[in-house]
Ligand binder design. Structure first.
Ligand SMILES: [Zn+2]
Length: 400
């Protein structure tokens, strides 16, 4: 009889012997059967030898010589004395129960999903989106489940925009390892509390600091669930808040000037006002100088914005407190309502802003990863289920 040893070696699967091979419509069919003549009964653990019937199950495998390869696997059903009316299927180590693809082939599909969109993978290997997702979820979970659980000591919480900025999700990450702990649907306190409470008390009590924006829901959620955690207001969000106030003030000033001055002298200065002064282009700088010379309100606004940059360079609580007192006085004196509002926000969050000097953390890690998350989102298009999106983010940060 012709030997199929060679094909068997090419398949690289244990526990089967190849009985015949043929090609039809460009597909390589390999008929194979188990090389064992008995099976262990899953109910009683005894050896069963009586074969009840045999069925052929097609099972996709890795391509051989560029040909799609299907193993026509003969599966025996064995009868065991413990329950002769319910024969059981023999199992193969290279195929997961109820699956129609070998494990090496599934792993190959998983590898493809890692850097491709789902749609792309479905096209390459010609499988349905659902099947592709199930494979992804299984292997991604296997990897994540096998990771050593990491202690949660210093965390960061931030919102990420999903669906073109209309929806927000919450991302929690470990500041010490850079890995993503969770992605939650929405950004309310309830959502956060429900998630945080899923950790045992000892874990929650072990968290020392959490960086976040100036959002009540995150702050109160953290304080409620993690009694020893210090909220640390993220510096990028302080700067963001300032820029928003400066921009609002600019709009008001421009509207006033429109009534009595020459509006062309003050329009088109938006970016010139918001950028750091040394980063301005020559044209932006000239425009800004003109506007500042003619309109003192704009000059004051620009001065205050530049002055606040000092804050981010201070290295102690004392100097930060001292600076903020000075800055508040200056704002009072210059009398710009929007910046008074900014000072009020700073006052409200002051203790948590100052916590920065105990834990020098920020959300820069996640802000910097925004691009990465956007890419993941693009590839995850088709992963309508948000758990799958979370799985992807976690895995990709883990494998970074
Ligand atoms: Zn049995």
């Amino acid at each position: 009889m012709f030997s199929y040893d060679f094909i068997q070696k090419l398949l690289g699967l244990q526990g089967i012997k190849v009985t015949s091979v043929y090609v039809n419509n460009g597909i390589l069919y390999v008929c194979a059967t188990s090389d064992a003549s008995f099976a262990i009964c899953p109910r009683c653990g005894q050896v069963a030898q009586y074969v009840h019937d045999r069925r052929r199950q097609p099972c996709e495998h890795l391509d051989i010589w560029g040909m799609k390869t299907v193993i026509l696997l003969e599966k025996k059903r064995y009868k065991c004395d413990c329950d002769p009316y319910h024969p059981f299927d023999e199992e193969f180590a290279f195929i997961r129960r109820y699956q129609r693809r070998t494990i090496p082939y599934e792993k190959y599909i998983f590898l493809l999903t890692h850097k491709n969109t789902v749609q792309n993978v479905c096209d390459i290997v010609n499988i349905s989106e659902g099947a592709c997702q199930r494979i992804y979820v299984h292997y991604a979970n296997t990897i994540l489940d096998n990771l050593e659980p990491e202690p949660l000591r210093i965390l960061g919480i931030d919102e990420i925009a999903t669906k073109k900025g209309h929806n927000y999700d919450t991302i929690i990450y470990n500041q010490e390892t850079g890995s993503v702990v969770a992605v939650l649907d929405g950004r309310t306190k309830d959502v956060l509390v429900k998630y945080l409470m899923s950790f045992p008390k000892s874990v929650r009590e072990g968290v020392e600091a959490v960086s976040m924006d100036m959002s009540r829901s995150y702050c109160f959620g953290v304080l409620e669930c993690m009694p020893n955690a210090k909220p640390v207001i993220d510096r990028f969000h302080i700067a963001d808040n300032l820029y928003r106030c400066v921009d609002d003030a600019r709009k008001h000033i421009q509207n006033r000037i429109k009534k009595y001055g020459n509006k062309h002298e003050v329009f088109g200065i938006r970016w010139a006002l918001l950028k750091d002064v040394e980063d301005l282009t020559r044209e932006q700088a000239l425009r800004l100088i003109l506007a500042c010379t003619k309109y003192p309100e704009i000059e004051k606004l620009h001065y205050l914005k530049e002055e606040f940059r000092t804050f981010f360079r201070l290295e102690s609580k004392e100097s930060a407190l001292g600076f903020l007192e000075y800055f508040k006085d200056l704002v009072e004196q210059y009398d710009i309502p929007e910046l008074k509002g900014f000072c009020k926000t700073i006052d409200n969050w002051l203790p948590y802003i100052l916590n920065y000097y105990d834990y020098q953390i920020s959300n820069g890690l996640v802000e910097g990863s925004n691009h990465k998350i956007k890419n993941i989102k693009r590839r995850a298009y088709g992963y309508r289920n948000s758990r799958n999106f979370e799985l992807r983010i976690k895995l990709e940060f883990e494998c970074a």
